[in-house]
Design a protein around this ligand. Structure first.
Ligand code: PBG
Ligand code: ZN
Length: 314
């Protein structure tokens, strides 16, 4: 009977951010096969999707875009009439109070699938850090101009937060917060996302700019650097395998978001769908564990389900 009184951590709907994939190339919802229950949505329905999330009590979403055209420089990512730019405007018209967060990266927009500009290096073709910084800054400003409430750069470039902060400030967006994917591991758990966001890469991998899963100190240092560059929210990604990192990053002192990624979702869905695990209980346990580790905010594909379950618990 006293158990609720002593409960140290609780999930709230206001902790959750729902990811949404907006696909410019489709006219109807398209299920993501490796993420049962998730779909890409056509641009025409983003307003309704936002209304549905809002009606469930969710107040934040993060947008990923799939453009009609890709090129080597990812120019669709900063186009004024790009898929994300239009989606942000539509959502802010439909649900003005929804916190609209945009993923700032180029991998969905480049024909090679990497997160920025590719060029020749002494070690072969690879992501070029500094030319890619200008691209990220341009993308962030275009999202700000469309009305985004927060930008979330996810490319793990060196100097990414400082470049975006400077450019946003110069464009008059001093107050626009940056949620940096500051501690992002080169994880196999992003597999289903490649299908979801059509961002598989043509060559190489992302281990030259994402972190080695074996490294804890390096992971924390990456978040410290982003905090120094002006990040407003830090992020650890993936979440469930990296709880120790969440705890360490929380001690930096900024709000911490954890991204329960596509592969974490897929694993739970697969076991749940087969009757091998109780999906609802495992989802709540996984998210409670992520909060207990120290996350303030959780990005999760289960957001809408959890909102419903929290209502039932009351
Ligand atoms: C884009 C991006 C990725 C994810 C979020 N933003 C893919 C990647 O970094 O390879 C992964 C999210 C997920 O797996 O759910 N850079
Ligand atoms: Zn990317």
């Amino acid at each position: 009977m006293f158990q609720p009184l002593f409960k140290e951590n609780r999930l709230h709907k206001t902790d959750l951010i729902a990811p949404v994939f907006v696909d410019e190339t489709i006219a109807a919802r398209k299920p993501i096969l490796s993420m049962p229950g998730q779909s890409r949505i056509p641009p025409g329905t983003v307003g309704e999707v936002a209304e549905t999330l809002w009606d469930c009590g969710l107040s934040a979403m993060v947008l990923f875009g799939i453009p009609a055209h890709k090129d080597a420089r990812g120019s669709g990512a900063f186009a004024q009439d790009g898929v994300i730019q239009k989606a942000v405007q539509t959502i802010k018209r439909a649900v003005p109070d929804m916190a609209v967060i945009t993923d700032v990266c180029a991998c969905e927009y480049t024909d090679h699938g990497h997160c920025g500009i590719i060029g020749d290096t002494p070690c072969g073709p690879d992501l070029l850090n500094d030319p890619s910084l200008d691209l990220m800054a341009k993308i962030a400003v275009s999202h700000a101009e469309s009305g985004a409430d927060m930008v979330a750069p996810s490319c793990m470039l060196d100097g990414m937060v400082a470049a975006i902060r400077n450019t946003l400030d110069g464009a008059g967006y001093e107050a626009l917060p940056i949620m940096s994917y500051s501690t992002k591991y080169a994880s196999a758990l992003y597999g289903p996302f490649r299908e979801a966001a059509d961002s598989g890469y043509a060559f190489g991998d992302r281990s030259t700019y994402q972190l080695d899963p074996a490294n804890a100190r390096e992971g924390v240092r990456e978040s410290v650097l982003d905090a120094e560059e002006g990040a407003d929210v830090l992020m650890v990604k993936p979440a469930g395998f990296y709880l120790d990192i969440i705890t360490s990053v929380a001690s930096i002192g900024l709000p911490v978001a954890a991204f329960q990624v596509s592969g974490e979702y897929a694993m739970i869905k697969a076991a749940g769908g087969n009757g091998w695990l109780d999906e609802r209980q495992v989802v709540m346990e996984s998210l409670t564990g992520i909060k207990r580790a120290g996350a303030d905010i959780i990005i999760t594909y289960f957001a809408e389900d959890v909102a419903g379950w929290l209502d039932e618990e009351q």
